[in-house]
Design a protein around this ligand. Structure first.
Ligand SMILES: [Zn+2]
Length: 337
């Protein structure tokens, strides 16, 4: 991946390339923006550009010894720290290990580059451990952090970073990313609308399984009010076995669409293929209720990111959504059938 291959983010790229070309690199960059918009791709490509012996037009040359090692994933002066898959946070031991490594002289390039992906997952002790490196970075070190938002980091950490804000991409750019990966243009347009500027999210929705789950969710939500508990339980089971992220992302997009259509009268932006159903539900739903339903979905996304039981969380969510649909406040509190 080269910076030239990144779709969109022109402002952020120009800023980074200008600093690299002028050899005025900051010690710590923090790339911020919503999940899936390409922060990690930019960090990887910028790291390659920093390590390259002979950058061409502000980008890695791809042919020097450094670039060859970066491409092979074996460059001794490049390290990436990320969250272990089964854990919620990046551990303090990972940060301490990285600090020890950064303090050593580069082995092959002029600099050492460390990427901390999803730095908002650094535990508080880990952030405090990182602080020492940020306060006195080794002269050859460049750290590239990515995070959903700078506000998710301790003020002491973020004040030491040069923040580079990255925004969601325009829909046509998301379509370009999707079609380049073989998604049919018509499907790409639909997914781009739902993914709200995040190619990563759109790609996560692009698989056959994701498409099936999306269809199931878009069919179930308008009928929630008349579904019985057994049907909801079966749906929770079905969703829990598939890509849960896609199911919840579709549900959140559905309620955002319903809310917007109710308030503005405009057709839904995220699920244009479900325009008729959105309109029917928007006409009968008070916005305050839809907002609460959206909150229920967001709480479930949050709960699952904290390792809640999938089936139970989904079933509780569907029952709460149905209770709101029936305007039955008692049901919501008790989460009962
Ligand atoms: Zn090179």
């Amino acid at each position: 991946m080269r910076l030239a291959d990144v779709v969109g983010h022109e402002g952020a790229l120009e800023r980074l390339q200008r600093a690299a070309a002028a050899e005025r690199l900051a010690s710590v960059y923090l790339l911020t923006g919503p999940p899936g918009i390409g922060k990690r791709l930019v960090a990887d490509a910028f790291a390659a550009c920093i390590l390259c012996d002979a950058p061409v037009a502000g980008d890695a040359c791809r042919v020097c010894a450094q670039c060859t090692c970066v491409a092979a994933g074996t460059h001794p002066d490049l390290r990436t720290v990320e969250r272990d898959e089964e854990r919620r946070d990046i551990r303090i031991e990972q940060v301490r290990e990285l600090a020890r490594w950064l303090a050593l002289q580069p082995l092959m390039a002029q600099r050492k580059v460390a990427i901390i992906d999803a730095a908002h997952c650094l535990s508080e002790p880990a952030q405090n451990a990182l602080l020492k490196t940020l306060e006195e970075p080794p002269p050859s070190a460049v750290l590239l952090l990515t995070a959903a938002s700078a506000a998710l980091l301790l003020p002491t950490v973020r004040s030491r970073c040069q923040t580079v804000r990255m925004d969601p991409l325009p829909p046509e750019a998301v379509v370009r990313v999707l079609t380049a990966r073989g998604v049919a243009p018509e499907q790409a347009a639909l997914l781009a609308a739902e993914a709200e500027g995040s190619p990563g999210r759109a790609l996560a929705l692009a698989g056959d399984e994701e498409a099936r789950i999306r269809t199931a969710v878009l069919k179930a939500l308008p009928e929630l009010g008349t579904s019985d508990a057994a049907a909801l339980s079966a749906l929770a089971q079905e969703l829990s076995r598939g890509p849960v992220d896609a199911a919840l992302s579709t549900a959140a997009a559905w309620y955002r669409d319903v809310l917007e259509t109710a308030l503005t009268g405009d057709p839904p932006r995220r699920n244009p293929d479900a325009a008729a159903a959105v309109r029917v539900v928007a006409d009968r739903s008070p916005p305050a209720r839809t907002l609460r339903q959206l909150e229920v979905v967001c709480d479930t996304i949050d709960g699952l990111s904290r390792n809640a039981n999938r089936v139970l969380a989904l079933e509780t969510m569907l029952l709460a959504l149905r209770a709101l649909e029936r305007d039955d406040a008692l049901d919501v509190r008790q989460g009962s059938t």
